[in-house]
Design a protein around this ligand. Structure first.
Ligand code: AMP
Length: 279
């Protein structure tokens, strides 16, 4: 596996690829089985697989969160090698952003809601770095997890709205046996917090049950999630149902696909999760 330390090394490696598709998996490292599933899917579908590891300061509005974000570069590289990735791009902040850098991608209205409301500027930072990585790597296919559903929605919109020549591929959320979505942040959950972390998944299961039983009032579905959280003694940042096509609250009476989304702070850790609702 090639280790690419800066954009020039990446460009040289990219130019050496002759035929077949390039699959790209952008990550912030601290890799777990969720990331593995994206790399494995890329490996199945593409001739070459590139993974990036970059903890993007632009998408952290909370400097403490940035400082505490886990960094496990050597273990990550060994993991990627075992998964059969062809190259890993490990840029520094200086390689990514020139000191005078100032132009940013503007995510629009959806970027201000839910995760965007809790983390002002977050999605502008995410889309800016993803666009830069796409420009540098020029992948045919890029792999993102449904775990970050709002991010996936906005990356898809960016690719469509800015005519990017890349196919955005969504991969299902990988969970622990009890339902907790894998996250690089789970390692920071204390022993006492671990059972409470499951309240997100329990709320998503409760809303799924009521949806399958025929409940179609979006407000009501949100309330069901919030009651479930309250019963567990956890106060969510948000617990809502959105239309999969718009990532906005579904208009009453519409019959498209809906997704339940939630975020909650458990102990010192902020967790997010979501679930597509099935009839
Ligand atoms: P991150 O390193 O957290 O920025 O995540 C990199 C990519 O892995 C994103 O596309 C995430 O949505 C995806 N990802 C993170 N956790 C999971 C998971 N539990 N299952 C599937 N994909 C995930």
């Amino acid at each position: 596996m090639m280790r690419l330390g800066d954009r020039r090394e990446l460009a040289r490696w990219r130019a050496s690829l002759r035929t077949g598709k390039l699959g790209f998996v952008p990550t912030m490292g601290a890799l777990h089985a969720g990331h593995d599933s994206l790399v494995a899917r890329a490996r199945q579908e593409c001739a070459a697989v590139l993974v990036s590891i970059f903890v993007n300061p632009l998408q952290f509005e909370d400097q403490q969160d940035l400082a505490r974000y886990p960094r496990t570069e050597e273990a990550d590289c060994a993991r990627l090698e075992a998964l059969g990735a062809d190259a890993v791009y490990l840029p520094s902040s200086a390689d990514m952003y020139e000191p005078s850098s100032c132009v940013r991608v503007q995510p629009g209205r959806v970027g201000e809601l839910y995760e965007g409301a809790a983390r002002p500027g977050h999605f502008s930072g995410v889309l800016t770095v993803v666009l830069k990585l796409f420009q540098r790597a020029r992948p045919d296919r890029a792999y993102f997890g449904e775990k970050d559903a709002q991010q996936l929605f906005l990356v898809r919109r960016m690719a469509a709205d800015l005519d990017l020549p890349v196919a955005v591929v969504a991969c299902p959320t990988v969970r622990e046996p009890d339902g907790l979505a894998l996250s690089s942040r789970n390692g920071r959950l204390g022993a006492a917090d671990r059972p409470r972390a499951l309240s997100l998944w329990r709320a998503l299961c409760a809303v799924q049950e009521r949806y399958a039983a025929g409940e179609r009032r979006p407000q009501r579905l949100g309330e069901i999630m919030r009651w479930k959280f309250a019963a567990e003694g956890v106060r969510p940042d948000y617990a809502e149902v959105v239309d999969e096509q718009t990532f906005l609250p579904p208009a009453a009476g519409t019959d498209g696909a809906w997704r339940a989304i939630t975020a909650a702070r458990v102990g010192a850790v902020r967790l997010i999760d979501n679930r597509l609702l099935r009839p």
